[in-house]
Design a protein around this ligand. Structure first.
Ligand code: XIL
Length: 385
């Protein structure tokens, strides 16, 4: 594209006015086309699109037992650039007998992910559920020592392979108390969570260490209790890097979902959407898009993980809460999520300004750019004479 011959152009403000009217017409056209569909050069898979948005990931919970299903694996490899083991890294799976560790199922997922260049979220080192029977029968310092040893052993074993670990899962109570949930781990002392984070940090200093929970999808008593813990950890130097928001959602989403992510980010931790699934219903596609836009709007939101691939893979039997139907076809929720990732209907109409800072420079060429695709449309010169 060659700049026009400046001497042949109309001069002064006429030219500027004409430029601005061309620009606003173009902006209107861009706004309309962007609202209808994503730009032609937009990424066509969830993972690739998320990667283009600040190096974010788009992941799925994976079950080792499904890795022999070619439909499942094809979607996984095509669409996702991060995995979480749905059950295979939990305490009952990795330490079925005290001091005897088994990583066979976890490694099927880890090796698949590494072979595909995917990130791995580790899930979860300590949780009140899915504990092995032997741990359920312990208490006091015996349980505390066993729990910390578990954290150390598992985090050491996977050192260097895990992007982010859910060090502690679901330790806060539901309802209005904002306090801790009662559990055998909680009864070992209120400092069990920080002890777990310190042990994980010593074992794998390169992994991001997350606290993960549900019913935290907005500013409420539970999320505020967690917020206060994270603020306290940061103030006292307890090594916490991220907070996971499971986001198992029903037919609506809290209006302050994004604001809640942002208030945690403002504490100096990353945030991640870790187990997203949304009950099927008229709002499903919108809710997926809303969550996606919220993550993109928070610079410290690293990525989104959906809790399964096809509806038939979901733990929420009968709710069809995922992005692919039982046959592996893309649902409307898939399309709305990909469009949101691609910024298709999310960019506000750009304000037509001929410069991005400072007065008009009559010696400069101005490039008219489609702000959605980044493509140059034309080149203009301006003069004030
Ligand atoms: C679920 C799995 O999806 C099921 O297969 C299993 O039977 C129970 O656990 N919060 C979590 C996840 O942190 O580990 C849970 O996963 C879903 C709720």
């Amino acid at each position: 594209m060659h700049p026009p011959n400046r001497s042949a152009r109309p001069s002064g403000r006429t030219r500027l006015r004409r430029f601005l009217s061309i620009l606003s017409a173009a902006v209107v056209a861009i706004g309309v086309s962007a609202a209808i569909s994503a730009p032609a050069d937009a990424a066509s898979t969830l993972g690739a699109s998320a990667a283009e948005r600040g190096g974010r990931y788009f992941g799925a919970a994976v079950a080792a037992g499904r890795l022999g299903d070619s439909t499942y694996v094809n979607i996984l490899n095509r669409e996702f650039n991060s995995v979480t083991a749905e059950n295979e890294m939990k305490w009952s799976s990795t330490e079925p007998q005290r001091g005897s560790f088994n990583y066979t199922s976890a490694n099927r997922i880890v090796n698949h992910a590494l072979g595909q260049g995917m990130k791995i979220r580790g899930h979860a080192l300590l949780w009140h559920q899915q504990q092995p029977g032997w741990a359920q029968g312990l208490s006091g310092s015996d349980l505390r020592n066993a729990a910390i040893n578990h954290v150390t052993q598992v985090a050491t074993y996977f050192r260097g392979k895990i992007d982010s670990w859910d060090v502690v899962n679901e330790a806060f109570a539901d309802g209005g108390s904002g306090g801790r949930r009662d559990s055998n781990l909680q009864r070992t002392g209120n400092d069990w969570i920080e002890a777990a984070f310190r042990a994980a940090d010593a074992a794998d200093p390169g992994a991001k260490l997350c606290y993960n929970d549900y019913n935290t999808d907005g500013i409420n008593a539970k999320s505020t209790g967690i917020y206060n813990m994270v603020r306290d950890f940061k103030a006292r130097g307890v090594p916490i890097d991220c907070v996971g928001f499971q986001s198992h959602l029903g037919g609506s989403i809290s209006g302050d979902y994004q604001a809640n992510l942002q208030r945690f980010a403002d504490l100096g931790v990353d945030v991640q959407i870790t187990e997203l699934d949304v009950a099927q219903g008229s709002n499903q596609a919108n809710i997926y898009a809303t969550v996606t836009r919220a993550c993109l709007a928070v610079s410290r939101c690293n990525g989104i993980t959906v809790w399964g691939i096809r509806d038939s893979d979901s733990w929420r039997t009968g709710e069809n809460p995922l992005l692919f139907d039982a046959s592996g076809n893309k649902k409307a929720a898939y399309t709305s999520t990909l469009n949101a990732l691609n910024g298709g209907s999310t960019n506000p109409t750009p304000t037509p300004t001929p410069t991005s800072g400072g007065p008009i420079d009559t010696n400069a060429w101005y490039v008219l750019v489609n702000r959605t695709s980044g493509k140059a449309l034309d080149v203009y010169g301006l003069s004030t004479a």
